[in-house]
Design a protein around this ligand. Structure first.
Ligand code: ATP
Ligand code: MG
Length: 428
């Protein structure tokens, strides 16, 4: 027996009508981004492995265990991108599109070798939003205001909440990490093996541990906020002020550090309690030193965030915040009764209707069965109307239009078809 070939573990297909919901959500996001003056950039999915190794941080989960690496025929080491920001920066450095005040967005699949579960996959889609060359709490606020606006349009504000934090400068964090390692070493017995290993490699990751005992221990740990420099404290205070001014609710989570090494100052996450442990729908922060790390003669500021599309869609489905009209999936189902004249006629009629009504969904039946069976098929397709052409109609230059919902049927002269359809679809 032939063994069925299945999809790769952690990667899956998105089927209709989820694809329709996806398209709707994506359009709302794209239009909002345009509305704020952001420009789209399309980026490759494969990048050189060293791009990520150099930037994301040696001891992050992504670099340590989640990368999909491969060698091409030239033996070059390549990686399926695990995130968008580094590839985005590679592109704007390479293409020298380094004007101040540039706002960009991109959209596409990312790959991480994670343990798949609800809301966590090995291939998932992100919409990334980035602002280059500007540093001000107003810029940080803009991304939060924009995303807040998105949640309003997607009708999920009641199921999503904002957490923000400042992680200060890289120097502040180094001082803090020294103290934190000292604290964890003193309390080694409270940490299980996997966390003990993190102490030297990435102690900040212990801060967002889900384990209750570790969370208790953290109450006694040194706090990052006590290590921040004056300027970072001031910037953070201003951001909080702007968010309050704009009536955007948030909580300060001192343990929010984010999984990537390159952030500084402001970090934020939009979370939900609706998706089990996959809580974060959108996460981001400032990365003022990253561009310099990638291109020594450039010192540019940056801030950005990424929205996880699958998690967003799960949340929208769970909360039914967007209801798609799926009563009818086809507007007109064209039925030629079997005969070469009618088949050719229906080709002409179909193209004519599509040209006049580019937004309608028009499908031609090539079932070559009796009318009853074709009507049953049209109902299965969730069609609203059928147009029937048989030999009699050809001889009379007429067309039958039947509304499958009201069951009403009319026969009209062929040259009145477009007028009739204009009337029908104006009222719908
Ligand atoms: P998490 O803490 O849930 O692992 P993360 O901090 O690794 O998230 P980011 O790298 O900031 O996530 O990516 C931004 C967004 O992309 C996340 O908030 C989430 O919505 C989505 N995302 C990240 N990893 C996955 C995944 N494996 N499957 C589905 N969505 C994901
Ligand atoms: Mg992760």
């Amino acid at each position: 027996m032939i063994k069925k070939i299945t999809a790769v573990h952690g990667m899956h297909d998105c089927l209709f009508p989820d694809t329709l919901l996806w398209e709707n959500i994506e359009n709302i996001i794209k239009n909002t981004l345009k509305n704020y003056g952001y420009q789209e950039i399309k980026l490759p999915i494969l990048e050189k492995s060293k791009l990520f190794k150099k930037t994301i941080g040696e001891s992050t989960d992504i670099i340590e265990k989640e990368m999909y690496n491969l060698f091409d025929k030239n033996k070059d080491s390549l990686t399926l991108r695990p995130e968008g920001t580094t590839g985005f920066l590679r592109s704007i450095i390479e293409n020298n599109i380094f004007y101040n005040n540039r706002r960009f967005w991109y959209n596409g699949p990312m790959f991480r070798y994670e343990r798949p579960q609800k809301g966590r996959y090995r291939q998932f889609n992100q919409i990334g939003i980035e602002i280059i060359g500007l540093k001000s709490p107003y810029i940080d606020a803009e991304i939060i205001i924009l995303t807040n606006n998105l949640w309003k349009k997607l009708n999920i504000t009641n199921n999503i909440f904002l957490e923000i934090n400042s992680i200060g400068s890289i120097i502040d964090r180094q001082k803090y990490i020294t103290e934190l390692i000292f604290f964890f070493k003193k309390n080694l017995k409270f940490l299980d093996f996997s966390y003990q290993q993190k102490i030297y490699r990435n102690p900040l990751r212990i801060l967002d541990a889900k384990n209750k005992n570790i969370q208790k221990l953290l109450n006694y740990a040194p706090k990052l906020k006590n290590f921040l420099n004056e300027k970072s404290i001031d910037t953070f205070r201003k951001l909080c002020e702007i968010l309050n001014f704009m009536n955007i609710k948030f909580t300060i989570n001192n343990y929010l550090v984010r999984g990537l090494d390159y952030y500084n100052d402001i970090v934020f996450e939009w979370k939900t309690n609706n998706l089990g442990t996959s809580k974060t729908i959108c996460g981001g922060g400032r990365y003022d030193k990253l561009i310099n790390k990638m291109s020594f003669n450039r010192d540019k500021n940056g801030v950005g965030c990424a929205i996880g599309m699958e998690r967003l869609i799960l949340l929208i489905k769970n909360t039914e915040s967007i209801k798609l009209d799926t009563d009818f999936l086809i507007d007109i189902f064209l039925i030629p009764m079997e005969n070469s004249y009618t088949l050719k006629k229906i080709l002409i009629i179909g193209e004519l209707i599509r040209k006049n009504f580019p937004k309608l969904r028009i499908l031609t039946s090539y079932l070559f069965k009796n009318l009853k069976k074709q009507i049953i098929q049209a109902i299965k397709y969730k069609s609203h109307f059928v147009i029937i052409i048989g030999l009699k109609e050809i001889n009379n230059n007429s067309i039958i239009i039947k509304n499958l919902y009201s069951k009403k049927q009319v026969t009209i002269p062929e040259n009145k078809l477009i007028l009739k359809l204009e009337k029908i679809f104006k009222n719908i």
